[in-house]
Design a binder for this molecule. Structure first.
Ligand code: BDR
Ligand code: CA
Length: 310
């Protein structure tokens, strides 16, 4: 069973990824780290604690982390139109009973990697700020991480935060560039594949019919998220399971097909800041630094996700 640390900016699809990871028997979620993005880091931490309480897993530590990008003011506001003012579809869960860990995300990541060398898979479904900070603080972790799986980037398709940039990379371009150059073994699960894994509207009624607090909660938050997707992509047949697919790729790497590529992040572009530039030429100028997911078994993944998440 793979030991996973999940880094989130909870966020509706982050919440789905957390529930998927918690309820999966094929991974052990040893801790959750939080940062800014869809919400502030404090909101992401609170949302994560509320969800863990609903899932009955208050034992999983939640460690707050980066509050802002490493080297620049935030490029974007929190994404209230996609995730709600509270980051989880304006729900009504009570404030969490559990407190966040007193450990900072960076401290927790470094400590766990040394405690379990070559056993920890880091799954980042937010900016890469916490990971860049951890490597800056202790570069020796690079050799001891089993794998890093990120939801982020777009190698062969348009961005979503801007025409060029995917939201998690756009949230902190320098952090992403630093991670891609660090030597860490990174798998990029970006918009190339996550825009193909759609949760259909009909699922909401299936969850409601379960008549459980978790089923009701999931239907509520995903209704908000799916409506946002309808506004952004008029003909879309559901909402994108971005963050859950990163967990899916850990549970069953067979859900995706990857290609080693050289990826650079545009940190200076006037119109393209945050873009993940993949060297798609037949003879790339540099050796590959990222395994990029280009194909996905969308049906197989969706079936598995739905059988586990609620
Ligand atoms: C990513 O950006 C965030 O808004 C989502 O939670 C996801 O991690 C999609 O581009
Ligand atoms: Ca996210």
């Amino acid at each position: 069973m793979k030991k996973v640390i999940l880094d989130v900016d909870t966020g509706i699809d982050d919440a789905l990824a957390i529930a998927y990871a918690v309820n999966s028997k094929d991974s052990e979620l040893v801790g959750i780290t939080t940062s800014f993005g869809n919400t502030s880091v404090d909101e992401a931490t609170r949302n994560t604690l509320q969800l863990l309480e609903l899932l009955g897993r208050e034992d999983i530590p939640v460690c707050p982390g980066a509050e802002k990008p490493l080297f620049r003011p935030p490029l974007k506001e929190k994404a209230a139109f996609i995730h709600g003012d509270d980051g989880m579809g304006n729900h009504s869960l009570p404030l969490p009973k559990a407190k966040p860990s007193e450990k900072h995300s960076v401290e927790f990541i470094i400590e766990m990697i040394h405690k379990h060398p070559n056993e920890i898979t880091l799954v980042f479904v937010a900016s890469l700020a916490n990971l860049a900070l951890a490597v800056m603080k202790d570069p020796s972790i690079v050799e001891k991480v089993e794998r890093v799986v990120i939801m982020g980037g777009a190698a062969t398709v348009p961005g979503n935060a801007t025409p060029a940039a995917e939201a998690n990379i756009y949230a902190d371009p320098e952090a992403a560039e630093y991670v891609f150059r660090s030597g860490l073994p990174v798998t990029m699960v970006g918009l190339d594949v996550t825009m193909q894994t759609l949760l259909p509207w009909e699922q909401l009624e299936v969850w409601r019919q379960k008549k459980t607090p978790l089923g009701d909660f999931m239907a509520h938050i995903v209704e908000f998220y799916i409506n946002a997707y309808r506004n952004m992509y008029p003909n879309i047949k559901g909402c994108a399971l971005h963050d859950p697919l990163a967990i899916g790729a850990v549970i069953n790497p067979g859900f995706i097909k990857t290609k080693p590529m050289h990826i650079q992040v545009d940190c200076d572009g006037i119109h393209s800041v945050g873009r993940t530039i993949a060297d798609l030429r037949s003879i790339p100028a540099n050796p590959p630094n990222v395994d990029v997911a280009l194909e996905v078994d969308a049906d197989g993944f969706l079936k598995h996700f739905l059988s586990v998440v609620v």
